[in-house]
Design a protein around this ligand. Structure first.
Ligand code: ADP
Ligand code: MG
Length: 609
């Protein structure tokens, strides 16, 4: 029998490796930035064109490479960072697998210029799909410049698989942010299509976070600082009152490497327990320093997952450090950038058991308290006054369902038709949640919140379609600080948001100014809705953009809908019911739950048997 196993040619092996390491432009960004950091650079510039699809270039002032090293760097499993297997257990560099550059060169056109301080001339190399096209000398400053052009030019299937520029750029910005947060002592910049997205001077962590997410973050941060035998925990958590509705800023770094870890995330959530509403998520920028021998970073090709020796203790330490920090934040004086280091929580002494810090401050703080906007609402209801006055006499028109299916057993038409105006007022609220109305065949119960959700949803949808929303100008325009990444995402929604009644301008790179909001919404609700839209976009922009109008209308309607538990006046109830029956689909709210039920006389009489 003939032997059939052969070694793969290098080019093929590299392409296979690239499949793991280089998934998208952002993966290239990550690898190149990490290489620059490992090379001791203090200033790192990232230049990107067309979301990295055309160009990803990293310029650093690191130590550079010799001619031979530059050539070797692009070989597979070529690294200066480890020599033997034991080294894997004391890794302090970002890279070590020695496959990034080889992988990248296998799937792109790569140019590299590099020079060490002590050399007069630099080395210039060009690759195209692993083939070394040219090599020579060049004039170049100390450090390394690597340009990656036309990623996946030789793998059309991968290239076609890339998402829109918006989405790919968001991934790049995510990677950039992670690296920049992990290395606040280095200067970074990111330029996309000639626009400077970030310029972050060297500073401390607090400055870096504010530089990326906006100056507002400065006052939102609560320092965390605990030293134990096995791990040092530092960084910041975000005050509970600034928690986001969906996962916001959640950053874990282990020995300055960004990692994902659901288990440790859970530890933080536990620390925030009772301080957040069930639908809110904690924000954090947490750094763990741990003996490299106690972790395994080599379990994932992009090194974003790691294994800990003693996960349980680390869980307990994280949870108690965060609790401790949250418990202190009210008594901690305002912190400015320079004094950051001066303020820290007393470190745990070696061997001392982990204290379970109690939260003693701010006993009145209750995140479940209704926010002030509920008070504002009591005087006027958007749906009660801002819409055209209902002719409450016209029951026929109001309560005639348009497309009520047979099985709904509404049987409303004959009953409401001969209801006169006087009887119409016999509508009452049950449990401050349901509107009850007797009909000739029985009774009708309307769920006020769901009904209003349906009404507003259809109205917003129509507004988007007709481009005809009424807007109310805010007396005091509101500013929302957002990240450059969020701005990219929301940009293509600005027109739709305007159609729905938002008057939004961008101010610089990280601020939106809200001048006007939809007429049908209160100010607080509008801003919350806007934040939620942003979060949804970040979370799953693909599915959000698939059905833009629906999604926008859904979020706005939910925020605007009158809540269950809210007392209503008779006029309000009449108006609500009337509006509901002019909807296209009155019997369900926009997420498919029933808005109303009927109970027939028969059913009632059965109950008396
Ligand atoms: P790894 O980072 O895992 O070692 P890479 O393929 O990313 O593997 O890089 C291979 C080698 O090339 C590195 O070990 C390093 O010696 C060298 N190198 C890569 N990028 C740079 C840079 N920007 N400056 C100096 N040396 C670099
Ligand atoms: Mg590397």
């Amino acid at each position: 029998m003939r032997d059939i196993i052969q070694l793969l040619p290098d080019a093929v092996a590299n392409q296979i490796a690239a499949g793991e390491v280089v998934q998208r432009p952002a993966s290239v960004v990550k690898e190149l930035l990490e290489n620059s950091i490992d090379a001791g650079a203090t200033e790192i510039k990232l230049i990107v064109k067309d979301a990295g699809k055309t160009l990803i270039q990293v310029i650093d002032n690191g130590k550079g490479m010799t001619e031979t090293d530059a050539r070797m760097a692009f070989e597979r499993h070529a690294t200066s960072k480890i020599r033997k297997a034991e080294d894997l257990f004391k890794i302090t560099s970002m890279g070590f697998r020695g496959e990034a550059l080889a992988s990248i060169a296998a799937v792109a056109q790569v140019e590299c210029k590099t020079k060490r301080e002590e050399d007069d001339l630099g080395t210039e190399l060009k690759f195209e799909g692993t083939a070394n096209v040219t090599q020579g000398y060049c004039q170049t400053p100390q450090g390394t410049i690597i340009a990656v052009k036309n990623l996946f030019f030789n793998i059309p299937a991968r290239r076609n698989f890339l998402k829109s520029d918006q989405v790919e750029l968001k991934h790049i910005i995510d990677e950039f942010e992670r690296v920049a947060i992990a290395h606040s002592d280095l200067e970074f910049s990111l330029t996309h299509n000639q626009n400077i997205v970030f310029h972050l001077p060297a500073g401390n962590l607090r400055k870096r976070i504010s530089g990326i997410f906006g100056a507002k973050y400065n006052e939102r941060l609560v320092p965390v600082d605990e030293q134990t035998d096995i791990v040092k925990v530092s960084g910041f958590v975000i005050k509970p009152e600034h928690a986001r509705k969906t996962r916001g800023e959640q950053f874990f770094f282990v020995n300055n490497r960004f990692i994902r870890n659901n288990y440790l995330h859970h530890a933080i959530s536990e620390a925030y327990k009772e301080l957040l509403m069930p639908d809110q998520h904690p924000g954090y920028f947490l750094f763990m320093e741990i003996d490299p021998a106690r972790i395994d970073v080599n379990i994932h090709p992009t090194k974003t997952e790691i294994k800990f020796d003693d996960e349980k203790s680390i869980y307990a330490i994280i949870r108690s450090s965060v609790k401790h920090a949250l418990g202190q934040f009210n008594v901690t004086p305002a912190i400015d950038f320079e004094r950051e280091n001066a303020i820290s929580v007393a470190p745990l002494k070696k061997g001392e058991p982990i204290r379970f810090p109690s939260i003693t401050v701010n006993p009145d703080f209750n995140p479940f308290d209704a926010s002030p906007r509920t008070e504002k609402r009591t005087s006027h209801h958007d749906w009660g006054q801002k819409q055209q006055k209902v002719q409450s006499q016209n029951w026929e028109a109001l309560f005639t369902p348009q497309e009520t299916p047979e099985e709904q057993q509404l049987e409303l038409e004959p009953n409401w038709n001969d209801t006169d105006a006087h009887e119409a007022e016999h509508i009452m609220q049950v449990a401050q949640t349901y509107l009850l109305k007797a009909t000739r065949t029985g009774m009708l119960l309307i769920h006020q919140q769901r009904a209003h959700h349906r009404i507003l949803y259809e109205r917003f949808l129509k507004n988007i379609e007709n481009q005809s929303a009424a807007s109310q100008q805010l007396l005091f325009p509101q500013q929302i600080s957002i990240t450059a990444g969020e701005l990219q995402l929301i940009e293509s929604y600005l027109d739709d948001l305007r159609q729905i009644g938002f008057d939004i301008e961008r101010l610089g790179k990280t601020t939106l100014v809200i001048q006007g909001i939809p007429l049908a919404l209160q100010e607080g609700e509008s801003l919350q809705a806007l934040e939620e839209i942003l979060e949804n976009l970040k979370h799953d922009s693909a599915s959000f953009s698939l059905n833009k109008s629906h999604q926008l209308a859904l979020v706005l309607a939910r925020h605007g809908a009158v809540k269950a538990g809210k007392p209503l006046s008779v006029e309000e109830m009449i108006h609500l019911a009337g509006q509901l029956f002019t909807c296209q689909v009155p019997q369900y709210d926009p997420i498919g739950r029933p808005t109303l039920i009927t109970i027939t006389n028969e059913e009632i009489s059965k109950k008396f048997n």
